[in-house]
Design a protein around this ligand. Structure first.
Ligand code: SF4
Length: 418
């Protein structure tokens, strides 16, 4: 059970009509699910101009778009265009994962311009200071880490990925994998622990992290620093060791009134996704699950938004609550605006498919309205209810005056049957 959190109680009450309008959920239902940790409310009062967002079924399945520079490709304007593309496509949240350039000013700009909750991975900013100077990340001090987290909370970050569950034991286990550790945060911490011969500073300072997160109502996204990055590593001991630690930390956070999400896999073959989702949820006391894909094959670079959508649909149907998009640029390069748009659309399709299967009223109604409009060859209505209205308008442009579309022309089956 989540202990008292004053900011949260006020937000739920203040935005009850907004929640009812967007989610169809009554305030009592939301309160009950927030109290038992199944729903989190993303909302840092310092992030001006946003509306709070619910994550966790039975609220709708949400989609996140990752933004951010890299040391090789660092253009703030490109990141702001990517933010626009993500919002245009319908992303519910964005994460600034920048690792190149002036990270403070990029983060501030994204927070200022984003009307949706913003997430970060604070360890990147601390690590960048060392990497830029050619120094080793094992020199990061524990105080610096905590100061960075507090600074980003103060700036208005709504949720933070903190890889508190990567332990010395887990990272040792990951050495036996085909593809080691693929999480940037996870690998920084593994190196820090190995060199300093100490346990993960985010784990040993967990109580101090909770103080900061409670003060700003930061939702901790307990990172999966040991997530499998290869199909053949899926479900191994390193992954599961971390999940068990995350389950223990979830309870500790709730005892202090701090909200928690759990980050999930990774690369997982299709037939193992449902079992993994259900066991992670059980071990982590049904806290909302934020999945990265999951990717169902390692062989589809260039098309990994499709791989991620296949895995995301199955994961959401099995209980995952929040889908982190994957773009066509995954595993190859930094995404551009078009990649971001494609990635968000792919994840929204996955979320919508799962919601239909789960019987969500808005999703099933939407499908029915589209089908009725198709039966009437009513293109305005088809566009109105489509997940991506723009693409229909664009593709139909040349034959917009026709009742049928250019797929069958006078052979239009719908028309013929009538
Ligand atoms: S032309 Fe073919 S594809 Fe287009 S609306 Fe008619 S039946 Fe459907």
């Amino acid at each position: 059970m989540l202990e008292k959190n004053n900011i949260l109680n006020d937000v739920i009450y203040k935005y009850r009509e907004h929640f009812y309008k967007t989610e169809g959920l009554e305030i009592d239902t939301i309160k009950e699910h927030v109290e038992n940790g199944r729903i989190v409310v993303l909302y840092n009062p310092n992030h001006k101009g946003i509306k709070p967002l619910l994550i966790g079924q039975p609220s709708k399945i949400k989609v996140n778009a990752n933004l951010g520079t890299s040391p090789f490709l660092c253009d703030v304007n490109l990141e702001l265009s990517k933010l626009d593309a993500a919002l245009k496509a319908g992303a519910h949240t964005v994460m600034d994962l920048s690792t190149g350039g002036d990270l403070d000013s990029i983060r501030k700009e994204i927070i200022e311009k984003s009307p949706v909750p913003v997430g970060t991975v604070p360890i990147y900013s601390v690590a960048q200071k060392y990497i830029k100077k050619g120094q080793d990340v094992s020199k990061i001090s524990e105080t610096e880490l905590l100061e960075e987290i507090e600074k980003q909370a103060e700036q208005g970050v709504d949720f933070m990925t903190l890889h508190c569950g990567v332990t010395k034991k887990g990272s040792e286990m990951a050495k036996h994998r085909v593809l080691g550790i693929v999480s940037r945060g996870g690998s920084i911490l593994a190196k820090w622990m190995e060199v300093n011969k100490k346990e993960n500073p985010l784990l040993t300072n967990f109580d101090k992290l909770l103080d900061i997160c409670l003060k700003y109502n930061i939702v901790i996204s307990l990172g999966d620093g040991l997530r499998p990055g290869a199909i053949c590593d899926a479900g191994d001991s390193a992954q599961m060791e971390e999940v068990i630690v995350l389950g223990e930390l979830t309870k500790k956070a709730w005892e202090r009134g701090v909200q928690v999400m759990i980050e999930g896999p990774g690369h997982v073959p299709l037939h193992l996704i449902a079992a993994q989702i259900k066991s992670i949820k059980t071990i982590c006391h049904n806290a909302p699950l934020y999945v990265l894909g999951p990717l169902t094959t390692d062989a589809a670079a260039g098309y990994d938004h499709i791989t991620g959508a296949i895995g995301g649909a199955i994961a959401a149907y099995a209980g995952a609550d929040f889908l982190c998009y994957v773009t066509p640029a995954e595993h190859v390069t930094l995404p551009n605006e078009n990649d971001v748009y494609q990635g968000v659309m792919a994840s929204l399709i996955a979320a919508n498919s799962a919601e239909i299967a789960l019987g969500y009223r808005d999703a099933t109604n939407r499908s029915k309205m589209i089908s009725m409009a198709r039966n009437d060859l009513n293109w305005d209505e088809i566009v109105k209810y489509a997940l991506d209205p723009n693409i229909i308008k664009k593709r139909r442009e040349k034959f917009a005056a026709k009742e049928e579309c250019a797929m069958c022309g006078e052979f239009c089956a719908v028309k013929m049957f009538k």
